[in-house]
Design a protein around this ligand. Structure first.
Ligand code: GSH
Length: 210
């Protein structure tokens, strides 16, 4: 029995998308972040950080969007979204996932929650720094895709392409969106053409960046 605790468009999106891609039977539990559902005691038992997503597998919570994604593609390997362990492709796969989860995703925190690093007085500077880090990541990823694409690991999509698409989506209202980088735009078009993208949008009630 699998339940995804999610909020529309949040870091849970990549997990929800992979559940659909991998055809994993699951239930959805929607959290209203404005109502602070994710800070309620019952949810904090599952996810002590009070963040979205959490995947509960047979009663056991798994947290961290990237970790959940890596787990799912191994537990449900039908699409071969991960190269075999111990190969050089696997190293590139880990590198891509960790770059997205350790560098790009945290930079968004500074963009969306700019008072966190050093209070209200420094929010503008925090936001500018976050924007610079995000745009530097787009430049780096775009160069990689241009040289060795169309997907992050070459010819076929793997787990980090799903994670990257979610992260590109988050840039849609920024001064420069990820789609201004041509190889990223091509990747987004290819990933959004997957039939599950439409289903994901319908299920989460999303409209922007369709
Ligand atoms: N490292 C965590 C980060 C998750 C995260 O920051 N989620 C955001 C939504 S995109 C959240 O729960 N924000 C609510 C808050 O910070 O109160 C993961 O990848 O699962």
């Amino acid at each position: 029995m699998i339940t995804l605790y999610y909020s529309p468009g949040a870091a849970s999106l990549v997990v929800h998308w992979l559940l659909l891609e991998l055809d994993v039977p699951h239930e959805l539990h929607k959290l209203d972040l404005d109502a602070r559902d994710h800070k309620q005691p019952a949810y904090l038992v599952l996810n002590p950080a009070g963040l979205v997503p959490t995947l509960v597998v047979d009663g056991v919570p798994v947290t961290e969007a990237a970790a959940i994604s890596l787990y799912l593609v191994e537990a449900y390997p039908r699409l071969e979204l991960a190269p075999p362990p111990g190969t050089r492709e696997r190293a590139a796969y880990y590198q891509a996932m960790f770059f997205l989860a350790n560098t790009l995703q945290p930079a968004y925190r500074g963009w969306f929650f700019p008072t966190e690093p050093a209070g209200e007085a420094n929010a503008d500077a925090a936001k500018a720094a976050a924007r610079a880090r995000i745009e530097a990541a787009w430049t780096q990823l775009d160069a990689q895709l241009a040289a060795r694409g169309p997907y992050l690991l070459g010819a076929r999509p793997t787990t980090p392409d799903f994670m990257l698409t979610m992260l590109m989506r988050w840039s849609r209202n920024m001064p420069r969106t990820a789609l201004e980088w041509p190889a990223l735009a091509r990747l987004a078009t290819a990933m959004k053409a997957r039939p599950t993208w439409k289903e994901l949008y319908a299920r989460e009630g999303l409209t922007e960046w369709a």
